[in-house]
Design a binder for this molecule. Structure first.
Ligand SMILES: Cc1cc2nc3c(=O)[nH]c(=O)nc-3n(C[C@H](O)[C@H](O)[C@H](O)COP(=O)(O)O)c2cc1C
Length: 160
């Protein structure tokens, strides 16, 4: 078996998961991305407070995940951008990425903020953002799994 880090293409999931539901969501993203038919994609989850610019520089694609807190992305994901924006700015243009947001009742402020920062970085959104809003619904897990699968399959096929 090939170790995740040795696989040809790298998908890095930078996701804040502060609750049991959000933990299940990131696990679902990972499950989709590690589908047995996908052979050449290494998948890693890095919590945003632990993420460093090298995690982005080595990635062939990213999935960003966050809760909405006080009308904005989580402080954890914001901290990641604060630390990684300039070290990545000139070196990651065109990086394909996707986003999922868990929001109790809104989510739009978070989507707007992520769009603004990733536009500044010139990253390339390859999926509409997934907004999991309202009371927790088990459907969110299927949607997260699909997101992970889509990104990893795209990398595996060389189309991202
Ligand atoms: C301090 C705090 C602020 C929050 N602010 C918002 C908010 O502005 N908009 C929103 O949609 N949800 C907000 N929420 C709800 C969180 O998004 C939600 O609790 C989180 O996504 C975890 O969801 P879960 O209960 O399914 O685990 C907030 C939660 C907390 C604890």
């Amino acid at each position: 078996m090939v170790a995740e880090g040795d696989k040809a293409r790298k998908l890095v999931i930078i996701a804040h998961a502060p609750s049991p539901n959000t933990q299940r969501m990131v696990e679902a993203v990972m499950r989709g991305a590690r589908h047995e038919d996908i052979e050449n994609v290494g998948v890693r989850h890095v919590p945003p407070l632990e993420a460093v610019p090298e995690d982005v520089l080595e990635a062939d694609a990213l999935i960003l995940g966050t809760t909405e807190n006080l009308g904005y992305m989580s402080g954890a994901l914001k901290d990641f951008f604060d630390r990684c924006y300039y070290p990545c700015l000139e070196r990651t243009q065109g990086l394909p990425f996707a986003t999922y947001v868990r929001a109790g009742r809104d989510g739009t402020g978070t989507l707007r903020a992520i769009d603004s920062i990733t536009t500044g970085l010139r990253w390339r959104a390859v999926q509409d953002p997934l907004l999991c809003r309202g009371e927790f619904d088990e459907q969110f897990l299927a949607q997260c799994e699909e997101l992970g699968l889509y990104m990893a399959a795209g990398l595996d096929a060389g189309v991202l």
